[in-house]
Structures are given as C-alpha cells and as structure tokens.
Ligand binder design. Structure first.
Ligand code: APR
Length: 229
C-alpha cells in the first residue's frame, strides 16, 4: 500500500461545526447556489456573494480541526509511502491539523483572487466588493473559490496521483459533484483498491471495494489506527 490518495468532502468538517451542502438543513437548502456559487451570480450581485463567503470564512476561522482531520495528519506523519489529500473543502482544517500534502480542488476561503487581472493574495477575514485589487486596483476582487461551471484546480496532478494510487479513500462526500465524483472510477481503472468512509454509504453498493459507515470522528481515527498497526 505505497501510495494513498484521499478525497475529502464537507462530511469530514461537519463535526467541526461547518455545514455540509446536501444534508438536512445543508447550505444548499438555505441558499440558492446559482446566486452565491456561480460566476453569473457574482456578476449580478458581488455583495451577496461576498456576504455568503465572509460568513463561511468566519465560521471556518472560528472552527477547529476534529479527530478525523488529526488522524489523517498522523497517518501522513507516521506511515511510510506517499499520501495525498485532495479536498473539495474550502476550509483549512486539514492544514491546521498538520497535514502538509493537501490540494484544494475547489479553492480556499483563505485565498482572494482578482477577477480582472488574476492576481492572488491571502484573503482578509471579510472581503469587500468595492475593495481595489492590490495589483491592478480594479474593484473586481472575489473569493478564490471554484464555482459551478468553473474548472477545478490541480486536475492534472490529481489525475496522475489517481493513476499511480494503490489505495483510494473517499471520506465524507456525497459523490454528487463531478469531477470529484468520478475519481473512484479513475482509481479503479488504474488498479487501486477503493474505500468509502461516510456517515452512510453514498453510492450504489459495490462501487467501492469496502465501505465504513459512521461519523468521521469515529471511523477515520479507527481506520488510521488499522493502517498504522
Ligand atoms: N461524518 C462523516 N460523513 C458525514 C458526516 C459526518 N459527521 N456528516 C455528513 N456526512 C456526509 C454526508 O452523508 C454526505 O455524504 O458528508 C457528505 C456531505 O455531502 P455534501 O453536502 O454533498 O458535500 P460534498 O460532497 O463535500 O459536496 C461536494 O459540492 O456544493 C459543492 O463545491 C461544493 O465541495 C462541494 C461539493
């Protein structure tokens, strides 16, 4: 089991108090994603979009990593071989738990981007739609988040890692959003073993070689202990 690729979703941060999207009272039951998570929504109403992400950024900054984030950081520290975390999450709880090899394929709340000149810089706690870009001064700043209809980040590196993987683990994601939802098939095509760790199985039975069901703060530390035994 030399090379492990782990995909994480909102479920791994749920017990840190950060909302998921599609669970009961999830974010997409309270906000219209077309208004707050698309380039068109941002063009229509940048202040609404900044308010939405400012609230999520504040929640994420005030949240703490949970036992699942910490277990994955321990696995990276204590186990020989390569471990890559590909996260759909935009919080920084993996990094704050100590994980180093993390790719944010949907961007990060900690990042700011200029829609006019592509300049990137560390986001302030609250972003203002009228604030000028530090590089080109245009009032076109946006969260460095990948919205629906935009291309996720690091896809070449992710495809290469999936091709080389011996084990692919999906943790806390509903598997509703592509391209992340297709990673399990890419890993299987490359001959990797596949494991889903989720509150309850997310997909058609049999898609994953193995499924571990339960809250991430129980299931992930138990799985890591098994891997380190
Ligand atoms: N422990 C483990 N899994 C959990 C827990 C928990 N405590 N609570 C919820 N889950 C699981 C749910 O069962 C579900 O499968 O987490 C998953 C959350 O699914 P979504 O809300 O769809 O979140 P996610 O899969 O990360 O969404 C993917 O969609 O909206 C876009 O860009 C956004 O990155 C996001 C992407």
């Amino acid at each position: 089991m030399e090379r492990i690729v782990i995909l994480t979703g909102a479920g791994i941060s749920a017990e840190s108090g950060l909302g998921t999207f599609r669970d009961k009272d999830g974010l997409w039951t309270r906000y219209d994603l077309n208004e707050v998570a698309t380039p068109e929504g941002f063009a229509r109403n940048p202040r609404l979009v900044h308010d939405f992400y400012n609230a999520r950024r504040a929640n994420a900054l005030d949240a703490s990593p949970n036992a699942a984030h910490e277990a994955l950081a321990r696995l990276e520290r204590e186990r020989a071989g390569e471990l890559l975390i590909v996260t759909q999450n935009v919080d920084d709880l993996h990094e704050r738990a100590g994980s180093r090899n993390v790719l944010h394929m949907h961007g990060a709340l900690a990042g700011a981007l200029c829609a006019a000149c592509d300049h990137r810089w560390p986001a302030p706690r609250a972003m203002d739609p009228d604030a000028p870009c530090p590089a080109c001064a245009a009032p076109r700043t946006r969260p460095d988040i990948v919205w629906f209809g935009e291309i996720p980040y690091h896809m070449d590196q992710i495809a290469e890692a999936l091709w080389q993987a011996d084990l692919f683990v999906s943790i806390g994601t509903s598997g509703e959003v592509y391209p992340a939802a297709g990673f399990v098939q890419e890993a299987q095509a490359a001959g990797a073993e596949t494991l889903e760790i989720n509150l309850e199985p997310s997909r058609v039975p049999g898609l994953f070689d193995r499924v571990i069901a339960g809250p991430a703060t129980d299931t992930v530390p138990n799985w890591v202990a098994e891997m380190l035994a």
